[in-house]
Design a protein around this ligand. Structure first.
Ligand code: ADP
Ligand code: MG
Length: 340
């Protein structure tokens, strides 16, 4: 089945197929695959990841021809995606994002289409089948990580998040209810692999907290991965239509309380160096729940759900302990009177 999306499949300024002497396509020097991206794909996706990175230069070349794009400077990457700055046929600066098609990445174009540029990067066109997206160009050198004042950065992130989760999730996205049920199924397996009784107790506490919330998993469009590096300043060419925009959603349909953790453990070294970790965690948590208008008890429960999710992944990766920052966040929230 051809899953390419219409009518957004045509890139800005695209007239039709490019001819043999096309000015579009990759730079003559070819597309280099960053070593760190190849390494993370091999680590997380094994043989499938290695095959994907091996095919990446051809995939990029294919989409640059197909969508009539010219390369415009060095590429960027995170753990999952390769992002190539490009110029469209009509001169619009854009970004070609390529990522492996899998459960987590499948929903990205669905969410971006729903937000339609309100608080998020705009999707210009996409090919769901290949994991290729053409995005509005933002400023890759300026993310919220560059904003020195931590609470000012968090305020911006929380205001964006409040706008993003205001929308009901469109059909077809992964559901928090299913994700949570699968997590709970894995708890006994993970318990057996945690060495420290304190870690095992914490896993149980987290599981108990989300079990209580299972009946009301929520139906909002969640970003799921909104940390400082996933909020970029807009590009000068956009006349600053919004100062900051969210990128890189791994969307879910669910309760916004599940959104807080990636911003709570941002810049963890700064929190630790200031000394009073619990106080700093609660200050971040209170700011976020206030801006998002969340019920704090439920938000604690879903944040413990996120601690559970991270712990389960770590155990799957062969770890025998829960990470210190995850424990510190859970401890700070659980120490509050009235917590689950
Ligand atoms: N629309 C965009 N415009 C400019 N640069 C971008 C854009 N989207 C992503 N980038 C750059 O590419 C990097 C990786 O993209 P991201 O979508 O966060 O992928 P990952 O899932 O690998 O983290 C970002 O940190 C940023 O530097
Ligand atoms: Mg990212």
């Amino acid at each position: 089945m051809n899953t390419e999306r219409h009518p957004t499949t045509r890139a800005p300024g695209e007239q039709g197929p490019s001819g043999p002497s096309s000015p579009y396509g990759p730079p003559a020097s070819g597309i280099e695959i960053p070593d760190a991206l190849a390494a993370s794909h091999a680590r997380y996706f094994g043989e499938v990841g290695r095959a994907w990175t091996a095919g990446l230069p051809d995939l990029a070349a294919d989409f640059m021809e197909r969508w009539r794009l010219r390369a415009d400077g060095p590429s960027f990457h995170g753990v999952v995606a390769l992002v190539l700055p490009v110029i469209c046929a009509d001169g619009t600066p854009a970004a070609l994002k390529l990522q492996l098609v899998e459960e987590e990445t499948l929903g990205e174009p669905v969410a971006l289409r729903a937000w339609d540029g309100n608080g998020s990067v705009r999707l210009l066109c996409d090919s769901t089948e290949s994991g290729a997206m053409l995005l509005e160009r933002l400023n890759p050198s300026r993310s919220l990580s560059a904003v020195q004042d931590d609470l000012a950065a968090l305020q911006i992130l929380s205001e964006l998040l409040a706008r993003l989760v205001a929308l009901p999730a469109p059909e077809g996205l992964r559901r928090l209810a299913d994700v949570t049920a699968a997590m709970l199924d894995h708890v006994p397996w993970a318990q057996a692999r945690l060495a420290d009784p304190g870690d095992r107790r914490l896993l149980d506490t987290c599981a108990g907290a989300v079990r209580e919330l299972l009946g009301e998993p929520g139906d909002r469009l969640l970003h799921w991965d909104l940390h400082y590096d996933n909020v970029l300043a807009s590009h000068p060419s956009s006349s600053g239509r919004e100062p900051w925009l969210a990128i890189d959603p791994k969307p879910l349909a669910g309760d916004p309380g599940f959104e807080l953790l990636p911003a709570l453990d941002n810049r963890w070294d700064e929190i630790v160096s200031r000394g009073d970790v619990a106080r700093a965690v609660l200050r971040r948590f209170d700011l976020m729940t206030e801006v998002l208008g969340l019920d704090r008890r439920r938000a604690v429960g879903w944040t413990l759900g996120r601690v559970l999710q991270n712990a389960l992944w770590d155990v799957e990766d062969g770890e025998g302990a829960i990470r210190p920052e995850q424990k510190a966040i859970a401890a700070a929230l659980l120490a509050r009177p009235g917590s689950p």
